[in-house]
Design a protein. Structure first.
Length: 181
């Protein structure tokens, strides 16, 4: 019983470290390093929140998305955002990501499914009022495809295999959504 608790706590800590490390890379605009944490078969989605009756099964569209990305489109986004052609991010936004409330919802030998909350405070140019984005993320983490398990500070060999971002907003409270959530 105690060994199982210890393994669960170790796994939870490993997932937290991965999410904190990924958030730091994005806040520091190390987008290429962040993209290295993404699995080749990534499914990255942000469905549109809709206002529906209480009896509805979900508040999110299953057909319309703010973002629906794969490894290649995320690669293009991160490269463009690091280039001189990211006009919506010139000068770059200043972001601070607050990851919290990590819950492991399922696990197998290969994958860990989890939910976590994220608040992003985003400041742009000389604006005094920051944009605040609040969301829940449903993530699937997987050990690196190549079997290489680097030092824990390099993500512990975990890769982001799936992410569904569920914004708390029906109207996105920012002029552009050019940052990675």
């Amino acid at each position: 019983m105690q060994d199982d608790l210890g393994r669960r706590q170790t796994l939870r800590l490993e997932c937290e470290e991965f999410l904190y490390h990924a958030a730091e890379l994005l806040d520091d605009r190390r987008l290429s390093d962040w993209h290295n944490l993404v699995a080749k078969d990534i499914e990255y989605r942000m469905p549109i929140r809709t206002t529906r009756e209480r009896s509805s099964n979900t508040e999110f569209s299953e057909e319309a998305f703010h973002m629906k990305e794969d490894w290649g489109t995320l690669k293009v986004r991160t490269e463009r955002m690091s280039s001189d052609f990211a006009w919506s991010e010139d000068p770059p936004s200043r972001t601070r990501r607050q990851v919290s409330n990590l819950r492991i919802t399922d696990r197998t030998d290969d994958e860990i499914k989890l939910k976590n909350n994220l608040v992003i405070v985003r400041s742009r140019k000389g604006e005094t009022d920051p944009d605040i984005l609040s969301m829940e993320r449903h993530d699937t983490l997987r050990r690196g495809e190549d079997g290489y398990v680097p030092d824990w500070s390099e993500s512990g060999g975990l890769k982001l295999a799936r992410r569904t971002v569920l914004l708390d907003h029906t109207v996105i409270p920012t002029d552009s959504l050019s940052i990675i959530l």
